[in-house]
Design a protein around this ligand. Structure first.
Ligand code: PMP
Length: 393
């Protein structure tokens, strides 16, 4: 039986990681996989996470099952983090297996509610969105998003395309720090998106994987909160992988805002049902770490401070890179790097230019020219700037 399996295409980013490891050149630079690294190249366990784990180890008396939806404490803490003042009368939520698990469950839930749905996703988007939808056999169309000339959002084109989504379709939106481009909507543009969805009855699925890495923990949730207030039905898939640095603990949440209490209860029941069919109880350790931090003022402040350190480190690297490129190129055409937010920027280089930077300068970025800003430090920024100009961008 197993010998009849078809080989699966390997993940391009993980393949790039392997190539990087095998490269023996001194001074090679990894700007591939989307993991935060400090200037020493380490992905640290955050201080508040260590403290919370110690407390959990000391105080936890059982590891018996929690609930299909996860613990109420975790769900309340996350609803608060994402939505601020969360509207209880319309909010359903389940703990998920990372942000990826929340996206998968959101799409499953949408399909249960509307088997004929089409999903609208940005062009480009995080490749896993496409891969999951293909695997599920969900029809999807891409809406225009990134403008390769300005390296910003082509908002007029985006509006035209998402207006085609009909009632009961899903429009997948990145809540902040768009992956892979780094280009984001302004709050006024979000308001226009909300007006379009309000008119059509299409339902937004907000993917929030980098809250705190763009303009701040509260500021990065602002768009999601506008959507939550502005539309009757909203799905939100949030990840704790990056902003708590607990990637391998697989911690996330799916939130559904329903139009009234009856629909909320139906959503809650279906979301718990989906957890049960897919893996039964969601993982608890990461969720417990997050709950412990968010419920304790001292731990929360320390966590906020560390997220802020990460955010300002990323911003400083962006500023430095844009400034080096301004000097080297004698133009401001790379200023978009300082305007982008989050861990990634799409440079807009051709695949040949990306390959040239890898071959000539041992700089590894994803083939679509997405670079992980966190792979840089003050010393490697000038090396990258030179390679970009030498590649002829
Ligand atoms: N959405 C986006 C856009 C992402 O970049 C990621 C992480 N790479 C995720 C969701 C989910 O991450 P995880 O499953 O590790 O929480």
């Amino acid at each position: 039986m197993l010998s009849s399996l078809q080989p699966q295409a390997p993940d391009k980013i993980l393949m790039l990681m392997e190539e990087f490891k095998a490269d023996s050149r001194q001074g090679k630079i990894d700007l591939g996989v989307g993991v935060y690294k400090d200037p020493q190249g380490v992905t640290p366990v955050m201080r508040a996470v260590k403290a919370a784990e110690k407390r959990i180890w000391e105080e936890q008396t059982t590891k018996a099952y929690t609930g299909l939806a996860g613990t109420p404490e975790y769900r309340a803490a996350m609803a608060g983090l994402v939505l601020g003042d969360a509207p209880k009368d319309r909010l359903a939520s389940v703990a998920s297996v990372g942000g990826t698990g929340a996206i998968r469950q959101a799409l499953e839930l949408a399909r249960l509610a509307n088997p004929d749905l089409t999903v609208y996703v940005s062009d480009p988007t995080w490749p896993n969105h496409l891969s999951i939808m293909k695997f599920m056999g969900l029809p999807f169309v891409e809406y225009r998003y990134f403008d390769n000339e300005t390296r910003g959002v082509d908002f007029e084109a985006m509006k035209d395309d998402i207006a085609k989504a009909g009632k009961g379709d899903i429009v997948l939106l990145h809540g902040c720090c768009h992956n892979p481009t780094g280009a984001n909507l302004t709050l006024d543009q979000w308001r226009e998106v909300i007006a379009i969805l309000e008119k059509s009855g299409a339902v937004p699925l907000v993917d929030l994987a980098y809250q705190g890495f763009g303009d701040g923990i509260e500021a990065d949730a602002e768009a999601t909160r506008l959507v939550a207030k502005g539309l009757p039905e909203v799905l939100i898939a949030a990840s704790c992988s990056k902003n708590f640095g607990i990637y391998r603990e697989r911690t996330g949440i799916l939130i559904a805002l329903a139009d009234g209490e009856q629909a909320r209860d139906l959503a809650q029941g279906s979301m718990a049902y989906l957890n049960r069919q897919n893996f039964s109880f969601p993982p608890d350790h990461g969720a417990r770490i997050v709950t412990t931090i968010l419920e304790d003022q001292a731990l929360k402040s320390d966590w906020q401070a560390e997220v802020e350190e990460i955010r300002t480190t990323l911003l400083a690297l962006r500023e430095q890179l844009a400034s080096e490129l301004r000097d080297l190129s004698g133009s401001d055409r790379f200023d978009f790097i300082a305007r982008h937010r989050g861990m990634f920027s799409r440079l807009g280089a051709t695949p040949e230019q990306v390959a040239a930077m890898r071959e000539d300068a041992a700089i590894y970025m994803v083939g679509d020219s997405r670079l992980n800003i966190a792979g840089l430090n003050r010393e490697t920024v000038p090396v990258l700037a030179r390679a970009i100009v030498e590649a002829g961008l």
